[in-house]
Ligand binder design. Structure first.
Ligand code: ADP
Ligand code: MG
Length: 350
């Protein structure tokens, strides 16, 4: 039987207190549904009185961006752009323009492994409410969907965007949540909030400290949703995001296919269980976690050797579990004692 399945959306666990702290202070935190997932804002206990206004501002940002970026809202810029594919350029808001231009940057940086025009393949494989193929699709059919993708055919003008071929479709599922977190984060910081953690479906960015050391985020065990493999400390405004094969997938002929698709082959990525990325911005962590999931450990590590502020944990889809981390991740990641022997630091790529 073919079914689209969704497991729990929570892929990061907020850990509020370092084990060494003497007084347990619990951040003030609230979560609510937003952008098809859950959002949350956390503040140090001492700033709890600001929580209401921060949540109001964050919710307004996420609602506004959903209205412009969602493929599901027929009035959004992205839905309008997709309907006009192959016909004409459409005017877009400045937020959409920035989002599309960042998407094209990450497409170029990752050699097209992150591709914002992945829409036709996402639908072809039965994601986004489309019908799941009853049996494994024929190669020619995959190739036909693949021919409708290609970020080089997404053209940006001053305040307009154009998809050059009919049937093309932009899908920002791999980057929009990170972008939204950055917009929200900047807005809160501009309003004198200096200690905050913003989370949108596991895309997290934090400023300051909750009161006893840096903000800490648990990294989910990819094979066991009830446990974590370790904790990441976020320092100096850093962001973290995870792409995994366990949250959204389709089952075809009894085999699971994850929702991240390799734009080189048109096939859902096999072989990776999860990639966690720490980066200076949430948009980078989001885009690169998706891209590195496609690229795999070796190629992904080579890409990060050229980006000194971005670090990753790669978990391949095999047991026993191994946590392969880039050198810069060592200072940020503490494995749980049970996984201390599973960590391997990847050698720097020449
Ligand atoms: P999540 O959205 O579950 O947090 P990701 O950030 O990794 O996970 O995004 C996955 C989504 O990105 C997919 O559901 C799809 O919408 C889109 N996507 C899939 N493959 C790619 C790709 N190669 N490049 C860009 N976006 C992709
Ligand atoms: Mg992503």
């Amino acid at each position: 039987m073919n079914r689209t399945m969704a497991a729990t959306r929570v892929c990061a666990l907020l850990l509020c207190c370092a084990t060494a702290c003497t007084r347990r202070s619990k951040p003030a935190e609230r979560s609510w549904p937003a952008m098809g997932t859950f959002a949350s804002v956390a503040l140090p206990e001492a700033d709890a009185e600001k929580l209401d206004s921060c949540v109001t501002q964050a919710a307004a940002v996420f609602n506004e961006l959903t209205g412009t970026l969602s493929v599901f809202d027929p009035k959004s810029d992205i839905a309008t752009l997709n309907r006009a594919a192959g016909k004409k350029p459409v005017p877009v808001s400045s937020a959409t323009h920035t989002m599309l231009s960042l998407s094209l940057e990450y497409a170029a940086v990752t050699g097209g492994c992150f591709d914002p025009t992945i829409g036709p393949l996402v639908r072809f494989w039965g994601f986004h409410h489309a019908e799941v193929p009853a049996s494994l699709p024929a190669r020619d059919d995959v190739q036909a969907a693949l021919r409708l993708c290609g970020y080089r055919h997404l053209k940006l003008k001053r305040s307009a965007a154009f998809l050059e071929q009919p049937g093309m479709a932009v899908d920002l599922g791999g980057i929009a949540k990170g972008f939204a977190v950055d917009v929200c984060f900047d807005k809160l910081l501009a309003r004198n909030v200096s200690r905050v953690m913003v989370n949108l479906g596991g895309n997290i960015r934090a400023a300051g400290s909750p009161g006893n050391g840096p903000w800490r985020v648990g990294v989910r065990h990819p094979f066991d949703g009830d446990s974590i493999v370790g904790v990441i400390r976020l320092i100096g405004g850093q962001a973290v995001a995870t792409s995994g094969n366990y949250e959204r997938f389709v089952t075809i002929e009894g085999k699971r296919y994850a929702h991240i698709i390799d734009p080189r082959s048109g096939m859902p990525v096999q072989g990776m269980a999860a990639v966690t990325v720490v980066a200076p911005t949430a948009v980078e962590a989001d885009a690169l976690s998706t891209a590195l999931f496609v690229m795999g450990t070796r190629q992904g590590c080579a890409l990060l050797s050229r980006r000194s502020e971005t670090h990753a944990i790669f978990v391949e889809d095999q047991k026993p579990l191994h946590l392969r981390i880039t050198p810069g991740m060592q200072a940020l990641f503490t494995p749980e004692p049970a996984f201390a022997h599973s960590v391997r630091v990847l050698p720097p790529t020449p």
